[in-house]
Design a binder for this molecule. Structure first.
Ligand code: TYM
Length: 337
């Protein structure tokens, strides 16, 4: 997953509180958040300001922000081990975001695949949708993160972050950590595909909701969606991304939910019926405990308290590092009167 030998020391990642989280978000990113918290100093944010790059219903955004924080904790991120916080609670992100905008080029932002895809779907395109990767670079560089666990679809944004960091090091002398991607391969969950169309990725913005498993889907819904999932010709359960994308996708999910290898899974089944039933049951057994914990975390004040502490911890680090960026750029530090 980490493609270089750079030691994993400090980790940052974030997820947007838009729509309902999918199983793709969980296995591509969040599962690694849970793992990495025991290996490095970790910062996990709910990137509410990123969500604003496309129109949001304020009330829905508010609720989705708190729900995503609950999901982080319910999925196993321990707030006493890792720092969980809301991006907009630490204004230094936005401030560094401006410095990143002044360190990136319109040309490179316009080449971002996600910008091209998302802007094609909007009636009007906000400036924020274009400069979004600058804010993402700020999120990462402000913690001097060594690694960034994300799914494959974020690789290009990370490459841009690395380009900006390298550019700043050349301009102002080495002072920024150039972050490494921490991305699972496809067989390890880095790109989970839609159940209804395995040529598209599972995504919060997919038109057909049956293509996604949502983390809050009840067991019956999960069972139905998996039963209806597109499989391929033949009846062999083999991992073959090219010729059997549907079955391969389900195999990855089964493997990640049970710990079985793809070979073990392949050897076990000689048709799709029992295989699909087992896939659904494995997903349910992973999601049910998370769903129960989310409900417990709805007790008044609980998640707010976790986020308050997280913001304090994150802000202390972010402000310290922001001061270094400000100094390198030549901004005069403010003296208190
Ligand atoms: P977002 O909110 O779209 O997705 C959150 C995470 O889930 C991963 N992911 C997937 N992984 C595997 N298969 C899929 N089908 C799938 N769909 C989504 C994404 O790769 C991501 O890791 N720009 C980011 C949020 C962000 C961020 C950051 C991430 C803002 N600042 C700083 C890391 C560091 C985004 O929109 O993710």
């Amino acid at each position: 997953m980490a493609t270089t030998n750079v030691p994993v020391t400090r980790v940052l990642s974030g997820i947007q509180p838009t729509g309902q989280l999918t199983l793709g978000n969980y296995v591509g990113a969040m599962k690694n958040f849970v793992k990495l918290q025991h290996e490095a100093e970790c910062y996990f944010c709910i990137v509410d300001m990123h969500a604003l790059t496309v129109p949001q219903d304020p009330k829905a955004l508010y609720n989705a922000t708190l729900d995503l924080a609950r999901i982080y904790v319910a999925a196993g991120i321990d707030p006493n081990v890792a720092t969980i916080f809301v991006q907009s609670h630490v204004p230094a992100h936005a401030e560094l975001g401006w410095l990143m905008e002044c360190s990136s080029y319109i040309g490179e932002l316009g080449r971002m695949t996600q910008f091209k895809d998302k802007s094609a779907k909007q009636e009007v395109v906000t400036t924020g949708l274009m400069t979004y990767p600058c804010l993402m670079a700020a999120d990462i560089l402000i913690y001097q993160a060594s690694h960034v666990p994300v799914g494959e679809d974020q690789r290009q944004h990370l490459e841009l972050t690395r380009d900006i960091a390298t550019r700043l090091n050349h301009r102002f002398g080495d002072f920024v950590t150039v972050p490494e991607p921490y991305i699972p391969s496809k067989a390890e969950g880095g790109r989970i595909m839609a159940l209804t169309d395995p040529t598209k990725k599972m995504s919060k913005t997919l038109e057909d909701p049956n293509g996604n498993i949502y983390l809050m889907d009840p067991p019956k819904v999960i069972m139905n969606k998996i039963k209806r999932a597109v499989t391929d010709l033949g009846r062999e359960v083999v991992y073959d991304e090219e010729n059997k994308p549907g079955v391969s996708n389900l195999m990855v999910l089964l493997s990640l939910c049970t710990g079985q290898t793809l070979d073990e899974i392949s050897a076990k089944y000689d048709g799709y019926g029992q295989f699909k039933k087992d896939v659904a049951e494995a997903i349910i057994s992973v999601l049910e405990p998370i769903q129960q914990k989310v409900e417990e975390l709805r007790a008044p004040g609980v998640i707010e308290e976790i986020l308050a502490k997280g913001a304090d911890k994150a802000e202390a680090v972010a402000n310290r590092n922001l001061a270094v960026f400000r100094e390198r750029f030549g901004l005069v530090p403010r003296r208190r009167a």
